[in-house]
Design a protein around this ligand. Structure first.
Ligand SMILES: C[S@@+](CC[C@H](N)C(=O)[O-])C[C@H]1O[C@@H](n2cnc3c(N)ncnc32)[C@H](O)[C@@H]1O
Length: 164
């Protein structure tokens, strides 16, 4: 089966390249930017202003080709890509929970951006703690993870595959 997807807009952030970009919104709380929703989809923004946070689903369009085993940013060991948030994956979908600051027509002002400028936006959903927060005792390899909270260029277009 093949699916055809088309962006509903673009994300504008200060991050021009992967290197130095925060690896999650948690480490990007002061990074503001905008989400531009194409006018055809603007009616779908009705009632979104009542939410503090929203999920952005986006296409990591500048990731290197998919790898099934990767060394995540916060680790030194190869891990299965589906046990990580690496942007280089078979369908390079990213999801980030960002703070919604304002809505001005088809433009959302947001904070907490960990995606590159010009990233295609695939969907927006409201963040609802009742649905989206679960207690979890086990967090796999992340329990031992450490290291910088900013990305290097390991998953950027043109980078060599990492050794598995
Ligand atoms: C580790 S991913 C996490 C993305 C999202 N929060 C998630 O969990 O799915 C974030 C990193 O992906 C890279 N990145 C962000 N936007 C990208 C894009 N459009 N194309 C390729 N890489 C991107 C940046 O290096 C950024 O630091």
């Amino acid at each position: 089966m093949k699916l055809e997807l088309a962006p509903i807009g673009f994300i504008h952030s200060p991050h021009e390249q992967a290197e130095g970009t925060p690896i999650q919104p948690r480490y990007a709380e002061t990074v503001d930017g905008t989400v531009e929703v194409f006018p055809a989809f603007a009616p779908g923004l009705r009632d979104l202003a009542g939410f503090d946070r929203i999920w952005l689903l986006f296409w990591c369009h500048r990731a290197c080709p998919a790898r099934l085993e990767v060394i995540p940013y916060l680790d030194t060991q190869p891990r299965g890509v589906f046990a990580t948030r690496a942007p280089s994956r078979p369908n390079p979908i990213g999801l980030s929970c960002v703070r919604l600051l304002a809505i001005e027509g088809p433009i959302l002002r947001v904070a907490g951006l960990d995606m590159l400028d010009g990233t295609p936006l695939m969907d927006i959903k409201p963040y609802v703690p009742d649905w989206d927060v679960f207690p979890a005792d086990r967090v796999g390899w992340y329990a031992q993870a450490g290291g910088p909270r900013l990305a290097d260029g390991r998953f950027a277009q043109g980078t060599e595959p990492q050794p598995p």
